[in-house]
Design a protein around this ligand. Structure first.
Ligand code: GLN
Length: 462
């Protein structure tokens, strides 16, 4: 524990943590040590040091979604994932920086300021769970949790060269997770390898009476089954449009093509298939998520909790305006405005209804694809980590970079980013793999084999 606390202090400039619970964590480590010495059975995550994105509630600890609007707020209950981690004797080390309300792809939209990518401090770590990614990347904790509404775990994992996993919608309880877009949000996991990921998933996944959308059988085993005999060959689909996307970095594209050839050489059946909906998914995602966000964020009104403007006000509306104008950052305001617009009476059918139709079409198409295939593979992100500031004034280009990740959230399927390669610019990049809903185990088994296969020669430092 002391080793990690020292590292956190030495890496303070990366700005990954927003709160460090050092004394408590040391005390808990001591208690766990004592328990172990008595020979009693120990928890599955005994002594594992875990960081939480600043959107996951930990009783009696601050929780702000990296927003001024939640300044001073302290959680009054634990998220289900926190209860489950503590029950298995993990140690919570602190809360991690993120884009405000998990909206962003660079971690630059945080009231605590930007987070630096530890591999190149002139670059962003990705977002929105940037602090969670850097905490694992830089060895400041062993495992971290993030949230993934459109790629916020997989994309920063890709930018930082670690593993990032978003399970199926419903796999992990969202109780105690600050909502961004409730029908997309899932808690996700960052680790350096698949066995750690499998163990953490096993501990936190499963049905929870506090979240009626959770319905995974609790206690499903992942960690002991990674090396189980599996059906080889697998049927692997690659979307032609994803590979030919003009925004895709040529080097990533070439390496991904070679990766596809490697898979065929290993005996898998790899097919490049048409996916004519690719251009619709980012617009559908940003219409639906901003609509949900505009509703979810209406609760931050300065009356019940969080930041309250002390400016002189003339009436209640004026009070809300002043509080919300000062409490929310630029990107969050942009999304509330956009979401309110697409839900407004005159535009509802033109935007919201259409986007829901796109979502339904995508789900149907995805079910058909998984009749014929076990796995879909793509790059995780069209580029390696952006330079700090590079995309800040161009939100559309920032949104478009979510092209490969938002699909899994629109359709509820699991997706993982696996760090396999390194670009000539020195930055890591990986591949994304997705399976049909609740096929987490096959996805982890596939990922585990890939990590073992590629680690040794492509990315020896990981
Ligand atoms: N980059 C995406 C967005 O800005 C993803 C966010 C997320 O997954 N929380 O919405």
């Amino acid at each position: 524990m002391r080793f990690f606390l020292q590292r956190i202090e030495a890496s303070a400039h990366l700005n990954a943590f927003v709160s460090v619970y050092g004394d408590e964590a040391l005390a808990r480590a001591k208690t766990l040590d004592e328990k172990r010495k008595t020979g009693q059975p120990i928890g599955k995550m005994h002594g594992v040091i875990v960081g939480l994105k600043d959107v996951i509630a930990y009783k009696d600890h601050p929780l702000t979604a990296s927003s001024k609007s939640l300044e001073g707020f302290v959680s009054i209950y634990n998220a289900t994932v926190v209860d489950r981690l503590l029950q298995e004797e993990a140690i919570i080390i602190g809360h991690l920086n993120c884009d405000e309300f998990a909206m962003g792809s660079t971690n630059e939209n945080s009231v605590y300021g930007k987070v630096l990518n530890a591999l190149d401090e002139t670059r962003v770590p990705g977002g929105s769970s940037g602090g969670s990614a850097v905490a694992v990347q830089a060895g400041l904790c062993m495992v971290s949790l993030g949230s993934d509404t459109g790629g916020s775990v997989r994309q920063p994992a890709d930018f930082c060269g670690i593993v990032g996993f978003k399970p199926s919608y419903g796999c992990i309880s969202r109780y105690g997770l600050i909502a961004y877009a409730s029908s997309f949000d899932q808690i996700g996991i960052f680790t350096k390898n698949i066995p750690d990921l499998a163990l953490t998933l096993e501990v936190i996944a499963g049905q929870d009476t506090m979240d009626s959308t959770s319905h995974y059988p609790a206690g499903t085993s992942f960690s002991g089954r990674l090396n189980e005999e599996k059906e080889v060959p697998l049927r692997i689909a690659i979307f032609k449009e994803a590979l030919e996307h003009p925004g895709l970095d040529p080097e990533i594209k070439a390496r991904f093509r070679k990766f596809a050839r490697d898979l065929s050489a290993a005996g898998h059946h790899v097919e490049i298939i048409d996916f004519e909906f690719l251009d619709y998914i980012v617009p559908a995602y940003y219409i639906l998520t901003t609509a949900e966000a505009s509703s979810n964020l209406s609760r931050y009104d300065g009356v019940k909790y969080g930041y309250r403007s002390m400016a002189k006000t003339v009436d209640l509306t004026d009070f809300y305006k002043k509080t919300r104008s000062a409490g929310f950052g630029r990107e969050v305001k942009r999304r509330i405005l956009l979401g309110t617009f697409v839900l407004s009476a005159g535009y509802y059918d033109a935007y919201f209804t259409r986007a829901q139709q796109v979502r339904k079409t995508l789900v149907d198409k995805t079910n058909l694809i998984f009749n014929d295939f076990d796995i879909i593979c793509s790059p995780t992100s069209p580029s390696t980590a952006f330079r700090i500031g590079e995309k800040m004034n161009d939100p559309i280009s920032m949104y478009l970079a979510d092209i490969y990740t938002v699909y899994a959230n629109l359709t509820g399927i699991p997706g993982i980013s696996i760090p396999l390669f390194r670009h000539t610019n020195g930055m890591p990049f990986g591949i994304q793999a997705m399976t049909s809903r609740f096929k987490e185990l096959s996805l982890l088994q596939f990922s585990h084999r890939l990590m073992q296969q590629y680690k040794s020669y492509e990315n020896p430092t990981l």
